[in-house]
Design a protein around this ligand. Sequence first.
Ligand code: HEM
Length: 230
Amino acid sequence: MLFVEIKRWLFSLIFSLFILGLIGGYFALGGSEWKQLFFINKFIASTGILLIGISFSLGPLCHYFNIFDSKLIYRKYLGVLGALYGFLHPLITVLFLSERFFGKWKLNNWFAFVAAVIATFLLIMMVLVSNKFAIQKLGHEVWKFILRLGYLAYFLLLLHIILLKYPRWIMWIKDFPQTILPSFSLISAIFILLILLLRLKALFDSEYSEHEVGKKQTPSEVAGQNQTSN
Ligand code: HEM
């Protein structure tokens, strides 16, 4: 049991480092000084966004395509790791990059700031309830409600990114084709949008129901407590 848990955490961690490396590669390809903390902070934030999105997409994907069934168990691990990357980014921003951002940024983008703070708070709640003990204490309905707040957090993060980064995207459109690669923040924003649309489709799809998902995984399994090995 413990071995299976450790194996899943390790696999998810390696996967997250792979995503981090890919995003780093994208920045390096775009000519960024990728070794600077300013850019590393962006890779970390973007890795958080991608991991959380992959975690959110596994439920609906698993419903539509059976090949994802064996990966459903990774919802918790990827989601928690994504949130941890997400927490690291404001920590780095506040502790080491505050001079760069907080003077002008905070005043001009107060809504982007508030959205990020609420999203971070919701992600913390999600991480705290991602265990079997929380399901037993809270009951299935409350527990499910808290996990669903994750979609609100994800939407708030979309606003956070749009409000902070859209001037960059406009600059890129104007500069194109001199600058070929767009800011990775644009890719993050489109990714969030696609994941939220996938989730909405799943919600409104008459064939899809939580009952169906429940057939594939129990709440304990969602919290990563089952014995199935992958
Ligand atoms: C209190 C919490 C937060 C604060 C103060 C904050 C602050 C910032 C700041 C200052 C930027 C601009 C960075 C830049 O232009 O280089 C930024 C961008 C960004 N943030 Fe946050 N953030 C917070 C939470 C989060 C969380 C939880 C996530 C993800 C899980 C996130 C994801 C992003 C992303 C993807 C970008 C765009 C990075 C890029 O330029 O490629 N933020 N954030």
